[in-house]
Design a protein around this ligand. Structure first.
Ligand code: ATP
Length: 245
């Protein structure tokens, strides 16, 4: 399952936030979307999931786009937003049932997968509770469970580690690795660069709504002429160059 973002220009108004953004999320790869605050990471994700429409350019997932077949396109994507989006009137159990309906999943198989995830995130005894009354981290875990219980081919996670304790962070990374092994692709935006460097196969560095560099760590080291640099060093270099502009 390959996501191709091609020459996308877009944003919230006539003034574009993204300018000619192109990158690929290849099959069975974890891609880290990296950039400073306001660089355009969340805006890029909003275009991919169809919340914003590109003014120019195209976004396709194995040849299917939001425009040509919205339902088919969206059912292949699971998304964990930066801030949890939960329904105040629904219990945890009802959030899971809603996910099953939205993705047209097999009820029993989906519940089996959900139960494993709920146990992992210590939510299994909270099915009758309302997630809007959970702590921030627990709410984030509900979003993770609802995304990772699907059969999506592409998982998009916006700032996945915000609010998660170290144990939950580790559990999420294990789940992400398992999904990759099972054939899925993952796009995650993050500021936790040491973790990104450890887990992501390739990176997309965004700056002022433009792709500044893409590739694995070796490719970035070459591009920035810093042969032994960490992702953190490269990110800081990008920031400094930015300030000196
Ligand atoms: P962060 O790391 O802080 O989450 P980001 O890279 O995800 O940053 P975006 O949220 O994509 O950044 O923001 C990119 C630009 O788009 C910013 O200049 C921001 O002001 C603008 N922007 C973001 N959301 C909106 C909105 N709802 N309406 C108008 N402009 C917005």
């Amino acid at each position: 399952m390959t996501l191709i973002v091609k020459e996308v220009t877009g944003g919230y108004s006539q003034i574009p936030v993204l300018k000619n953004v192109s990158f690929t999320v290849p099959d069975q790869k974890i891609i880290g979307l990296i950039g400073l605050n306001g660089a355009g990471k969340s805006t890029t994700i909003k275009h991919i999931i169809g919340l914003l429409k590109p003014k120019k350019g195209t976004i396709t997932l194995n040849g299917v786009s939001f425009i040509t077949d919205q339902q088919k396109y969206l059912q292949q994507i699971a998304y964990v937003p930066e801030r949890p989006v939960l329904y105040p009137e629904l219990t945890l159990q009802e959030h899971i049932d809603l996910t099953i309906m939205a993705y047209a999943l097999d009820h029993d198989q989906a519940w089996q997968r959900a139960k494993k995830l709920l146990q992992r995130f210590r939510l299994a005894n909270k099915l009758a509770w309302f997630p809007t009354e959970f702590s921030k981290g627990m709410q984030q875990k509900v979003m993770i469970v609802c995304a990772f219980m699907t059969n999506a081919k592409l998982f998009i996670i916006d700032e996945p580690f915000t609010g998660l304790d170290p144990l939950a962070m580790h559990d999420l990374l294990t789940i992400v690795s398992d999904k990759k092994k099972a054939g899925a692709s993952i796009l995650m935006s993050t500021h936790i660069l040491a973790t990104a460097q450890q887990y992501a196969d390739e990176f997309v560095l965004l700056n002022h709504g433009q792709v500044q560099a893409t590739g694995n760590l070796t490719a970035l080291q070459q591009q920035f002429k810093m042969p032994t640099a960490s992702l953190d060093d490269i990110y800081l270099k990008m920031t400094r160059d930015d300030r000196n502009e």
